[in-house]
Write a protein that binds this ligand. Sequence first.
Ligand code: NAP
Ligand code: MG
Length: 402
Amino acid sequence: MEKIKMQTPLVEMDGDEMTRILWQMIKEELLMPYVELNTEYYDLGLKKRDETDDQITVDAAEATKKYKVAVKCATITPNHARMDEYHLKKMWKSPNGTIRAILDGTVFRAPIVVKGIEPCVKNWKKPITIARHAYGDIYKNSEMYIDKPGKAELVFTGDDGEESRALIQEFKTPGVLMGMHNLDASVESFARSCFAYALDTNQDLWFGCKDTISKTYDARFKNIFQTIYEQEFKDKFEQAGLTYFYSLIDDIVARVMKAEGGFIWACKNYDGDVMSDMVSSAFGSLAMMTSVLVSPHGYYEYEAAHGTVQKHYYRHLKGEETSTNSVATIFAWSGALRKRGELDQNSELAAFADKLEKATIAVIEGGKMTKDLALITTLENPTVLNSRDFILAVKEELEKLL
Ligand code: NAP
Ligand code: MG
């Protein structure tokens, strides 16, 4: 077969540890034999980030603006232990944080549903995608412990000197106090990303917050979503036969448990933090999740939801066998290649991405999987494969489909 051509490059961001090993295997075995891979390569491995004073991360994000599609390997976010391990000049910031700050946007995470890895919630038949707002609220707060009687007030001083005040509480006994905020612009771009992604993936959008209790703060989220829906998306949703559904967060939670899935659940920052862990663990594992950052300007960055799987890497370095799940990393590549195909009207490339995913799922449903899945599968007598053999099993299946 002739290799599939790519007109436009996509941005390739390499990473660290075990996922860097998987990255190379996936390229060599599953991509390069079939696709004339056209990527602009950025090495976000920690060593290179340190050498370039993290400029490489900024460059990779800027390149994503240029080419609109990126695929990213998991990367180390340095802490004190990593400073020593890699003799770093500085405790560099999280690359994901840096990239998100440059691209702006919302992270969408969806489980990869396969037969044999069954959700704990028996009526969930289709994936539930969580869209988490990644700015503000309690993640950017100010807090105090109050240890004596007194009055707590919310004070806003305008640049014009005008002051607004609201009483929070007259403390008679000790207690706690917190201030937080969000910005219209951030909520607007969150809403646009969610509506656009719903159209893109042909799924309904659900959003919940607590506007009955929080009549200004949460009501602002509700109103921004409603206004943007009516002004920019209602017609397109109706044409596509899709629904935008708002309800109170507790009602949404109850409905999610009774639903069969197949929709996007937009969550405020804290709700998304908590609910994405619930949804992902109920569906099986972080290694069976897709994750994509969608910016309101139409940039897409695909990644795996898990980390660099450090423990497996150290075993690999000692020459021991590993059984690391590469599914999320394979799907990061297939997601990016499909999007590249869609944007360039390259249907061959998009079809290849579909087949790569199909082959991956077929291997697991056929009873061959890595150890993490073998521990939770409902299939009897699964065959446990090592990291490379799993990828080779996908290759064998892929060749049947091509
Ligand atoms: P992790 O890499 O997600 O791994 C935690 C544990 O989860 C592993 O030890 C393994 O459990 C299991 N696991 C995760 N992914 C797996 C896979 N693909 N296949 C099989 N098992 C898998 O988290 P971490 O060890 O806490 O973090 C390691 C590094 O990753 C850190 O330096 C952190 O900064 C970075 N990180 C990066 C990203 C990102 O780039 N998106 C996200 C999170 C963390 P067992 O050991 O029990 O097999
Ligand atoms: Mg969390």
